[in-house]
Design a protein around this ligand. Structure first.
Ligand SMILES: [Zn+2]
Length: 157
């Protein structure tokens, strides 16, 4: 299992010093712990859970967005995991293409913009509507953290 939370914190209902520092710095959230612990509890009945990889979890209105470098390790577990967490789940991977992001981020909508820089590289940015972010209760810091987890530039307009 590849998780943002350490083995002690995922198995025991404690928060160690290292993870608690990450919580304070907001590089980890309570939600990450909840997902890591739910995956751990699945391990016994579902051996595939031992290969699960997940890096961050974010609330997206009524559902949860899980970010994973290897979504295929999570996808077969989503129905059971969703039942444990009592939420609908979707998975996105860093630097995902627009169609798969649109599916993972739904109902949250975005526009993709591309600018061509003088050095010949392109810069991709996802623009989100402030009104919809507010409606889904996604604050600026959460949006920034989602962008960071997905290795994408994001902005609210
Ligand atoms: Zn820990």
């Amino acid at each position: 299992m590849k998780l943002p939370v350490c083995d002690i914190c995922r198995s025991l209902y404690v928060v160690c010093e290292v993870c608690s520092k990450k919580l304070q710095q907001r590089s980890l959230s309570r939600l990450d712990f909840a997902v890591a612990r739910a995956l751990t509890s699945l391990e016994e009945e579902e051996p595939a859970a031992s290969k699960a990889e997940f890096s961050r979890a974010f609330p997206l209105g009524p559902k949860l967005l899980l970010v994973s470098d290897n979504p295929s390790t999570l996808e077969p577990l989503l129905p059971q995991l969703g039942r444990l967490l009592r939420r609908q789940l979707s998975v996105a991977f860093p630097k995902a293409d627009a169609p798969s992001l649109a599916k993972a981020l739904s109902p949250l909508k975005f526009t993709k913009t591309q600018s061509f820089l003088p050095d010949g590289t392109t810069r991709t940015k996802l623009l989100f509507r402030k009104a919809q972010l507010k409606q889904l209760r996604i604050d600026r810091q959460t949006l920034k953290a989602i962008g960071k987890a997905l290795s994408l530039e994001v902005s609210a307009v």
